[in-house]
Every structure is written in C-alpha cells, then in structure tokens.
Design a protein. Structure first.
Length: 406
C-alpha cells in the first residue's frame, strides 16, 4: 500500500470513529442519561477539552518521535475510549462517559496533528491543496453518514451502538497506519529543549506570522460558535423544532453533505480563485447559516436547520483546506508539529468554552438567546479575516525552506 493511500484510509477510519462518537454523545446523554442542556454542555465540553489539554505537548512529541508511532498511539487510545463509553452508558456513570469522551478526543487530537505534519513529507508542495482536499473528503463522507446512523440506532436500538461503530472505525484506521513504512524521528540529537521551551518556540512563530495569527483568530470565534450550536442542537431539535431522533440526525447529516461538496470543489477553487475569496467566504456563509437556525422554530424547522447545517459544512470546508495549505507552506519542517499544535489549540481549544456557553445561555436565557450568541460569534470570525492580510492574499505563499531553532 502506498504511504498516502494508507494515510487516506487511516483518515477515513479515524474520522468515522470521531464523528460517530461526536454524534452519539448528545443522544446518549439525552435519551439514556436524561441530561438537560447544562449537563449536555458539560459533556460536549469534556469531549472537546482534549484540544486544550493535549494539543501543545502533542506538537512537541510529534517533532521528536517517529510519526507512525504517534499515529498508532492515537488510534489505540480512540479504540479504547469507545469501548469504555459503551460501559459508561450501560451503567449510567456520567463521569466515566465524560472521561471516555476526553480520551477518545485526545486520540483524535494526536492523529490530526500528526497527519497534518506528516503530509508535506509525502507530497510535493504543489500537490498539497489536492491532497488536503482528499483527506478532508474522507472526513466529510463519514460526517454525512454519522449523525443519521447514530439517530437511527438511537431510535431503533440504543444510542450506545454508535460507540460500537466508532470502535470499528478506530480499529480499521489502526490497520491502515500499520501499513505505513517505519520512519525515523523528525528531529534527532542528544540535547533537546524542555517541553515548555519547545512549545514557546512554536507559539512565538505563530504569533509573529501575521497569516497564522489571522487564521487562528478567525478559527477561535468560528469554533466557539459551532460548538455552542452542537451543545444546544439536541434540545433545539427535540424541543421547539419537534423532530424525532432520526430526523434530528438526518438534518445534522447535511453538514456532511456540505463538507463533501466543499472538499470536492476545493481543488477547483485553488486553481481558479485567489485564496482571499475562499478565506472570506468560509466564515461569511456561516453567518447566513446562523440566520436559518434562528428562523427554524417559527418556520419549517427541519428544512431550515438542514440548510443551515449544509452551509456550515460547505463554506468552512473550503476555508479549512485553504488555511491548512497556507499553514503547511509557511511553516519550516522542524517546527511543523508545534506550529500545527498551536493553531489547532486556537481552532479546537475554544470548543469547550463554546459548548459551555451554549448550554449555559440556553439554560438561563433560552435557546433563542443562545442562537443570537452563535450568530454574533460567526460574524466576528468573518470580521477577523476581512481586517487581516489574508483578505489581500491573491496567491498561495511559497514553501518555507529555512530551518528554525528546534
């Protein structure tokens, strides 16, 4: 099996496991454990907390250890977490379910950071947009299916069956990673800086680079809004919108359809459009999506929510592929793991805060107030791009060739 093919297969399995766990958690919490918006927000936050707790040290390990080994560790952790989640749901032990969510998400963190850092060594710089699009397409396909499958399982069997499918996805991904060739550690040498010092180097590089800084700020606001939406989606769908679990999953699965179309169109957009168009369009279309969610309770709830999820998938997928390529091009190889970790912390680390805020605002002020907060955060993510140098980027930057202090 060719290395990129193995990496592509591992991406499909990993994201299948991650998306099934993501879709299964709120259903399990709501239907099995009887959780309300506040407890549901805590559980979604626990699932997201790994990006805050694990990303930065993981970036240092990725720059020091063989990346194939890091992928194996990540997938083994995800497999174990899915099995623990089944036991937690069966016993009704909420704390254990939260711990399983953190562990599974930690495996996803390490996998994503490692694969993004590994890709530039497998393909030429000119092939990065297409290769990133193919990897994201694998994620998009399973994102389309996972919520619907989780909803069907919840309605006809039990929500916990979703965790069994997540375990299967992690196992298949692990088999693909084992097909990758053995590789040496990215950096060698007897003397290495401490983990804290190494993290500071990567963080300083991101803060100094105006392109990476703009990407990170945009992502902070966008992910805050998106995970606030996820935290209130089950109460919104099963309450004011009047959907059953299968309809709830089907509406959310249009997010995956948007991701698929975005991933398919990304190579075309990279060839025909200047990067700034894609970088502005992604967050801007999310503002339109938020307005559809606001209108859903007083209109055709299913159709408006499905359209909103589609837009939230389509535009941001184009943005994600473009910004990932920019990030890979401007980052020197010795810093790849740490820089990716710093940016990913900004992108995903804010998710627990968004989930907590969504659950808290919904519980205290109502679902409409939470949706207004989500719309405002999407608008801020667009404003950040418009005011940054990314809004003037007409061509992709050249690949970094200089070495950085490790």
């Amino acid at each position: 099996m060719k290395p990129f093919t193995a990496l592509l297969g591992a991406a499909a399995g990993t994201h299948a496991a991650d998306q099934m766990a993501l879709a299964t958690l709120p259903l399990t919490a709501t239907l099995v454990l009887g959780a309300g918006p506040d407890l549901l927000g805590l559980l979604v936050a626990a699932q997201s907390a790994a990006w805050l707790l694990v990303s930065l040290p993981a970036g240092t390990w990725i720059d020091r250890m063989p990346r194939r080994r890091m992928l194996i560790v990540a997938l083994a952790l995800g497999l174990t977490a899915s099995l623990v989640a089944v036991a937690a749901a069966a016993t009704g032990y909420v704390v254990l379910l939260g711990l399983a969510a953190i562990a599974g998400a930690s495996g996803t963190v390490v996998y994503v950071l490692t694969s993004v850092s590994l890709l530039p060594s497998l393909v030429a710089p000119g092939d990065l947009p297409r290769s990133n699009a193919r990897l994201e397409l694998a994620r998009a396909v399973v994102s389309l299916a996972a919520p619907f499958v989780a909803g069907l399982l919840a309605q006809h069997l039990s929500p916990t069956w979703g965790y069994a499918l997540a375990a299967l996805g992690a196992a298949l991904a692990l088999l693909c990673v084992l097909a990758l060739p053995q590789g040496a550690a990215p950096t060698t040498g007897a003397e290495r800086p401490t983990v804290a010092s190494a993290i500071r180097v990567g963080t300083a590089f991101v803060l100094r680079n105006e392109l990476l800084r703009g990407i990170s700020l945009c992502a902070i606001f966008w992910n805050f809004a998106f995970f606030a939406l996820l935290a209130i989606w089950a109460p919104l769908a099963l309450g004011p919108l009047g959907l059953d679990p299968a309809q709830m999953g089907l509406a959310q699965s249009t997010y995956g359809a948007g991701l698929i179309l975005g991933a398919l169109m990304a190579p075309f957009c990279a060839r025909r459009l200047p990067p700034f168009v894609t970088l502005i369009f992604g967050p801007a279309v999310s503002v339109l999506a938020a307005s559809l969610f606001l209108a859903a309770p007083s209109g055709n709830g299913f159709s408006l929510a499905a359209a909103g999820y589609f837009l939230v998938g389509f535009g941001p997928m184009l943005w994600l592929i473009c910004q990932t390529t920019v990030r890979q091009l401007v980052t020197p190889s010795p810093l790849m793991g740490r820089v990716n970790a710093t940016v990913q912390t900004a992108i995903y680390g804010v998710r627990p805060l968004g989930a907590l805020a969504g659950g808290f605002v919904a519980a205290q002020a109502g679902l409409h107030a939470a949706l207004l907060m989500i719309a405002a955060a999407f608008a801020l993510s667009t404003l950040v791009i418009v005011l940054s140098p990314l809004a003037r980027m007409r061509v992709l930057p050249k690949s970094a060739t200089g070495e950085a202090q490790a």
